[in-house]
Design a binder for this molecule. Structure first.
Ligand code: HDD
Length: 719
């Protein structure tokens, strides 16, 4: 058991650990973390002799109020829950490190962006926005992507999303947006879904949301994993260098494993098969050493180019197309350690876009400006005290010295009698520091304006970038977007809301509007009130960065491969498993029942999952080994047949060796198509008895493609 002595901070100069010590876990451990001890105690350290029985008057008598052990235990339990986040309630976190590739000193004096030798510890939390803490991971939603850099100059929080734009331009509309998307207040339905009247009612009256709505209806809103999502700081920020010169900057996280998504049918099934699909994937990947990685990119815009674009840099409903300003890659984030305790770290972490460091500053984006108030404020009701910065996960590694004091749950014991400034009794300390000695100074942007409530004219175009996004999608992505609109608006019960939405879509792209209207069985109405702001642009340029089809497809690290087996599976086929694992994939054996199956060479193979407990949606690819008896057993098993059908329907890589191909034929038959119909790209078969190199390579290349959405007639496959 730890003693009070063990729990003291390592830094003898105070409660804050040495800035030189970069390891968050060591700091937390040094302060408060503890291993389970040997003797059960109360919170006062009293050893407990009986944790099974409350204190009562006789063995059958009433419980006594005197039982302080019972009362303490129940009281603590009664208060174990804190309010969930009002948005982004459900999430998963991980520790990691940020490594800079090249010094950015030309643009910023931020300490952690100067020296490529410096490694900055980070904590990241991914989240969904609308759902409650217990909702499913795969809901159609924006994903939060919040990164805390523990720098020597204080915490820098890049509190972003997996989409580069936002629904609204001004923070004053945020409560309206969230009230509209959350479950409807009269019956608290639906959970974690935007497919309902109030959301689309609001959106249909807010044309500024159209760009983000296009992203939300795309497969970006149903990512395959956190590790395969992009991240964006969304707002335009400022970099400021040592000389005080500033440039505008947008932040990007580019996943090293590429950007990959689910398809809607998978997302829906996953919500039932494994509501923790994304959280589990992150946890497993880190546990298995398949550390998720992202590269940090920046788009830099010189001060003099502020008005160069036909959109406003301060408008969070706009991105800077990469074809106009390329993304420079400047460093890498690696997530390499799971939290020790979900509540203490992931739940209690308190991000804030206002946590910045010297060399980084805000712009006048009215969405960002409103956020700057919200985040500290919300922690007061969530974490219950203004001292939430003292919770280990929130403590900066930089020393904290100020004259703030007291309040609920204050931990720091500041010695001495001085808690004011200026002072002479405390030698004038702590003292403010000017810019050239490391102090934070806001960028001196000249201002001479009226005090008004007016939206800038530069924010008026709500459709050009929505159209750019649409035009930049591949055909299958467009098909998925149309289906998503048809699903979401199909759940809307008020005709007028659907009509307004389809009319707004007409301003993005007439073809899109017609396809959605057709899917909903309605005509395209004329533009809605207030939506006639800009004429429809016939041929916006394409931006290849906006399409998932152009993402990196060169790695299978972290991919999950299902190997379907039964007794007498062909040992020769299984040699491919080692090759897949060597490439960083996880291989799992799935059989009709748990336990072991015996190969044709009498080897025992441990079964990881039984068929009824899983589904192809939990995996990225399927391998069917040979072995007459094994394949016959699987062909007669409805779960196995469905497994292959679904994998085919969802465009996943499928490989079969030798007579393993019989299961593919059986799946095709059962899907209502001809025996040989499951061919298409990404279905790889090998008839010879020995596994060849080229077979393994083709399978690996197919898994790296992530999926083959252009397989013919996928919709016709019944699965
Ligand atoms: Fe926010 C949480 C991201 C607009 C108010 N927000 C929150 C989280 C993320 C974002 C990732 C979860 C952080 C975590 O994991 O703990 N929010 C964004 C982005 C926005 C945005 C990228 C637009 C560009 N947010 C936004 C506005 C407001 C808020 C306009 C209010 C004016 N957001 C909050 C909040 C939350 C929050 C209520 C809830 C829990 C928390 O802060 O800590 O303050």
């Amino acid at each position: 058991m730890t003693t009070p002595k063990d729990q003291k901070p390592t830094n003898p100069t105070g409660l804050h650990p040495s800035p030189a010590d970069l390891n968050r876990s060591e700091q937390a451990a040094a302060m408060l973390a503890q291993e389970p001890g040997e003797t059960l105690t109360t919170n006062q350290g009293l050893p407990v002799s009986d944790n099974q029985n409350s204190l009562r008057a006789g063995s059958r008598g009433p419980t006594l109020l005197e039982d302080h052990i019972l009362r303490e235990k129940i009281m603590h339990f009664d208060h174990e829950r804190i309010p969930e986040r009002v948005v982004h309630a459900r999430g998963a976190g991980a520790h990691g490190v940020f490594e800079l590739y090249k010094s950015m000193s030309h643009y910023t004096k931020a300490g952690f962006l100067q020296d490529p030798q410096v490694k900055t510890p980070v904590f990241v939390r991914f989240s969904t926005v609308a759902g409650s803490r217990g909702s499913a991971d795969t809901a159609r939603d924006v994903r939060g992507f919040a990164v805390r850099f523990y720098t020597q100059e204080g915490n820098f929080d890049l509190v972003g999303n997996n989409m580069p734009v936002f629904f609204i331009q001004d923070a004053i509309k945020f409560p309206d947006l969230i009230h509209a998307v959350k479950p409807e207040p009269h019956h608290e339905i639906p959970q974690a879904s935007s497919a309902h009247d109030t959301f689309w009612d609001f959106i249909s009256l807010m044309p500024e949301s159209m760009h983000t709505i296009m992203w939300l209806m795309s497969d970006r809103a149903i990512p395959r994993s956190f590790a395969t999502m992009e991240g964006f700081g969304v707002h335009t920020f400022r970099f400021i260098n040592e000389s005080g010169n500033s440039v505008f900057v947008k932040f990007h996280w580019k996943p090293v494993r590429g950007v990959h998504s689910l398809v809607w049918d998978e997302a829906v099934k996953l919500a039932g098969k494994d509501a923790d699909f994304h959280r589990r994937d992150l946890w497993d990947a880190i546990n298995q050493g398949q550390y998720p990685e992202w590269e940090l990119g920046v788009q830099i815009v010189p001060e003099e180019d502020e008005y160069k674009f036909d959109f406003d840099l301060l408008d969070a409903t706009k991105l800077i197309p990469e074809l106009l300003v390329p993304v420079q890659i400047i460093g890498k984030l690696t997530l390499n350690r799971n939290p020790d305790n979900f509540f203490a770290e992931t739940e209690q972490v308190a991000f804030h876009p206002g946590h910045i460091v010297p060399g980084i500053d805000f712009t006048n984006d009215p969405l960002l400006q409103g956020r700057l108030f919200s985040y500290t404020d919300t922690q007061l009701s969530r974490l219950g005290s203004p001292n939430f910065h003292e919770i280990p996960i929130n403590r900066p590694i930089a020393a904290v010295n100020n004259n703030q004091r007291d309040g609920h749950m204050r931990q720091t014991i500041v010695k001495g009698r001085v808690s004011y400034e200026p002072n002479s009794l405390g030698k004038g300390l702590p003292m403010q520091k000017p810019w050239d000695q490391g102090g934070f100074v806001s960028y001196g942007e000249p201002m001479e304006e009226e005090k008004i409530r007016v939206r800038s004219e530069g924010f008026a175009d709500h459709f050009s970038q929505a159209a750019l996004f649409w035009r930049s999608q591949s055909q299958w992505e467009k098909d998925h977007i149309v289906s998503a609109f048809c699903f979401e608006l199909g759940k809307v019960e008020i005709d007028a809301v659907r009509e307004r939405m389809v009319s707004l879509l007409g301003q993005v792209d007439r073809f899109l509007a017609h396809r959605v209207a057709e899917g909903l069985g309605m005509a395209v109405a004329p533009p809605a009130h207030g939506a006639e702001a800009l004429p429809y642009t016939d041929e916006p340029e394409m931006d290849t960065a906006l399409s998932l089809a152009n993402s990196r497809k060169n790695s299978i690290i972290g991919r999950k491969i299902a190997v379907l087996v039964a007794d007498n599976v062909d040992e020769e086929s299984l040699v491919i498993c080692k090759t897949l694992e060597a490439e960083g994939a996880s291989v799992k054996f799935i059989a009709p029942r748990l336990g072991e199956v015996k190969s044709n060479e009498d080897e025992l193979i441990k079964v990881n999952y039984s068929l009824p407990t899983v589904g192809s949606v939990l995996f990225d690819a399927v391998f069917i080994p040979g072995g007459q008896q094994s394949v016959e057993t699987l062909c007669a098993n409805a779960h196995a047949v469905l497994f292959v059908k679904e994998a085919y329907k969802h465009g996943k890589a499928i490989a079969a060796h030798h007579n393993g191909t019989l299961l593919i034929a059986q799946a095709a038959r059962s899907a209502g198509v001809a025996d040989g119909a499951f061919k298409g790209p990404g279905v790889i078969t090998l008839s010879s008895e020995t596994i060849s190199d080229s077979f393994s390579k083709s399978f690996i290349a197919a898994i790296a493609m992530h999926r083959f959405p252009e397989r013919p007639d996928l919709d016709a496959v019944v699965a």
